[in-house]
Design a protein around this ligand. Structure first.
Ligand SMILES: Cc1ncc(COP(=O)(O)O)c(C=O)c1O
Length: 465
């Protein structure tokens, strides 16, 4: 288990591992939505000033640059022309956001009844939907079958029988992709191509479980084997992991081909990395597509197989960079953590309830002043941006330079929070979840309204007694 960030390591010198860049470098374009700009009054996104957004919609606030999210979806549609792209709804989902994805030509990948209902409410027809998950309930499978979802990704033999029964009761044949564990795990800058079979997802290639699952699907009169699915990780910078996965999948396609089973679709999952820090340098959507498509055609040609239709399921690389979180500073406190060493704790009005990724994965973020502009030469101090929750690990940004006179009431913006923040948010400490607003051409629109305390208490039956 890794050390608790505010426990054993709290007395480490700040940023022992890497120098923390000065505050003004936090404005680097690569980490902010395409339409973010700073002037002397602070941050504007798509022509809407951050301070006006908070005045109108409250704080903390998730803000999504609509044009940026749509442009990313379009970039996927273009780069994968002739393939299928399903936006991974788990990254962030609202009815309007799903509408944008559909309008830009993408389908939607859902994992639960909730995500399915939201995508259907956005107007998605079944053929624009794909469902996966390692433990879908009978209700979820039935809803997927009834919605004529284009592909259901199966993850266990029990699920194959459950789905076959549900399809047979409804007199239909369900189109199935078999999720394969290829023995590759990849995250950010590293990938490991051995022994990552020990996990809950998929059927292992190495053990023969994947072959047994394909045979089960092929033998069922109520299921149609539509292809294979693989997802090797998220926030991946090193494409080698994908390429090894492709090579293993095509070798499996060849084995299946020898048994007379053809693989019509090959789903390579999501996983493309994004810039959280100015130093991050992910592969572009277009370049990754070129390499993946090239690898599939080459490996298929070498194996003497027709190339299957490629499917991808990007989430983070569409929603992540288009979104930011605005927070209001509540307190600024200097804490002595060692000999001659003080750390400034800047507490904001959100935290692990709206962004669990720092506590959960040690994720790094870029933070910048949003109600003024930091300039080179301004006096600065090293700070830790923390939340308001009852956990010392409630950290938003571990180490960041902020202006030395940072004070309560001013706004901070955290970049690249569009994915896996609102969707993983909680009501810890009875905290209502922030609103999500979209900005475009000088106007803001609420996508998801802020929760109220009444919303939370309405769930509590004790209120009625
Ligand atoms: C099966 C599957 N597909 C797609 C995704 C989306 O991945 P990303 O957001 O990294 O693109 C995930 C995320 O974990 C996933 O588990």
């Amino acid at each position: 288990m890794s050390a608790h960030p505010a426990g054993p390591r709290s007395a480490n010198p700040p940023a022992a591992a890497a120098p923390v860049p000065p505050a003004h470098t936090a404005h680097a374009e690569s980490v902010w939505p395409a339409n973010a700009q700073w002037d002397d009054h602070g941050l504007t996104i798509a022509g809407v000033r951050a301070s006006d957004l908070v005045r109108e919609h409250g704080s903390p606030l998730f803000v999504i640059d609509e044009q940026d999210a749509r442009a990313r979806a379009r970039a996927y549609a273009t780069a994968y022309a002739g393939c299928d792209v399903f936006y991974a709804a788990k990254a962030f989902l609202s009815v309007d956001f799903a509408r944008w994805m559909l309008a830009e030509g993408l389908g939607i990948d859902v994992c639960t009844l909730g995500e399915l209902r939201c995508a259907l409410a956005a107007g998605a027809s079944g053929d624009r939907l794909l469902m996966h998950g390692n433990n879908k309930s009978a209700e979820e499978l039935a809803a997927a079958v009834e919605a004529n979802v284009r592909f259901i990704v199966v993850d266990s033999l029990q699920e194959c029988s459950r789905l076959a029964e549900l399809a047979s009761q409804r007199g239909v044949i369900a189109e199935v992709l078999v999720r394969v564990t290829v023995g590759v795990e990849a995250h950010t800058h590293e990938f490991i191509a051995t022994a990552h079979e020990d996990q809950k997802f998929g059927f292992s290639l190495a053990s023969g479980a994947a072959r047994a699952a394909v045979d089960t699907v092929v033998a069922s009169p109520h299921l149609r084997f539509a292809g294979l699915h693989s997802h090797i990780g998220s926030q991946i910078f090193d494409e080698q992991g994908f390429l090894v996965a492709v090579a293993r999948l095509i070798a499996f396609c060849r084995e299946l081909g020898d048994a007379g089973i053809s693989v019509a679709n090959l789903n390579l999952g999501g996983g493309a990395g994004i810039s959280y820090l100015p130093s991050d340098d992910p592969v572009s959507i277009a370049d990754l597509a070129t390499r993946l498509r090239g690898a599939v055609s080459q490996d298929c040609a070498a194996a003497g197989l027709p190339a299957p239709r490629i499917i991808v399921e990007p989430g983070r690389s569409i929603a992540g960079p288009a979104g930011i979180t605005l927070y209001t500073v509540g307190t600024v406190k200097d804490v002595v953590v060692g000999h001659d060493l003080a750390r400034t704790y800047v507490s904001v009005d959100g935290g692990m309830s709206d962004n669990i990724r720092t506590s959960l994965y040690d994720a790094d973020y870029t933070v910048a002043h949003a109600s003024r502009r930091a300039a080179a030469g301004d006096e600065q101090r090293l700070a830790r941006i923390v939340g308001r929750h009852c956990e010392s690990g409630d950290i938003v940004v571990r180490d960041a330079h902020v202006l030395a006179d940072i004070s309560p009431g001013e706004l901070l913006a955290v970049a690249a929070t569009g994915a896996y923040c609102r969707s993983m948010s909680s009501n810890y400490n009875h905290t209502p979840r922030p609103a999500v607003v979209a900005v475009r051409a000088g106007t803001s629109t609420v996508l998801i309204r802020r929760e109220s305390l009444d919303d939370l208490l309405a769930l509590d039956e004790g209120m009625l007694r």
